[in-house]
Design a protein around this ligand. Sequence first.
Ligand code: CP
Ligand code: NVA
Length: 330
Amino acid sequence: AVNLKGRSFLTLMDFTPEEIRYLLDLSRDLKAKKRAGIKNEVLKGKNIVLLFEKTSTRTRCSFEVACHDEGACVTFLDSKSSQMGKKESLEDSAKVLGRFFDGIEYRGYEQSVVEDLAKYSGVPVWNGLTDVDHPTQILADMLTIEEHIDKPLNKVKVVFCGDVRNNMSYAWMYGCAKMGMHFVAYGPDELAKQMDEKIISEVKKVAEKTGAVIEISSSENCLKDADVIYTDIWASMGEEEEIPERVKLLTPYKVTMEMLDKTENPDVIFLHCLPSFHDFETDMAREQKEKGYDIREVTDEVFRSRHSKVFDEAENRMHTIKAVIVATIG
Ligand code: CP
Ligand code: NVA
């Protein structure tokens, strides 16, 4: 039987397919319980801390609501309001937080920070997004796929469109490799060239064992038979100065109805981790438009179409993050 007590959740690469299966099943179970109004409070008496060096809506709220639902207490620290990394080393901060808390969530830049937090704190650390991974998002995406597509994961083809060298693209490669899925990173060669070769070779090694197919392509032929079209913003948090270049490179990879048609799958679903620039209803999209850059990575038509399951996906962030916390410290 799977037992994840005391484990950190830094990347799906640290987990077996059976362990990932267990987390998805637990998520489904916790979602059904919440819907039925059943209170478990399996985290009563636990304290967790959320460390955010980048902004967040879904991830932060998922951790907070999950803890409230299960009876745990939450402390939130952003980069401006703690000593970590500025007046106190990461090692010392981690040792202190490990004395206070039963678990630590971290969102920031380098993957080595979550690794060091886990090493020095002695308590489970959960990766809430780094520059190269976003593993809790992938659990939510897989749960959403299972809810909307009537096939086992290892028969599902996911095409990730756009910035193939970002955290979501890598996180998907890890997840698909582990679960034996078919993954295509569909984007321009200029960005594919910047992909981390070490990550790709690790992923390919896992894929050989699980039967996963991992491809990188700039040809629209790769869209055929996709079950899931996935995209993300073109310039991730901290990369805003790349916007002019990315608009130039990625406009041909904007998700449109014509792109969905090229899958030749009438039931294809559209997913997006969010937040999304599908219209000009944000300050950032408007400011960029004034400078002459259209940063919409998906059309409003696709975003609001029957194919789009983005709000089910967003809700599933909470249920899957709850499963990770319950499994590791519950
Ligand atoms: N998808 C996601 O991680 O959203 P937030 O940045 O709002 O947490
Ligand atoms: N690639 C995006 C994901 C946001 C959830 C970013 O890092 O900003």
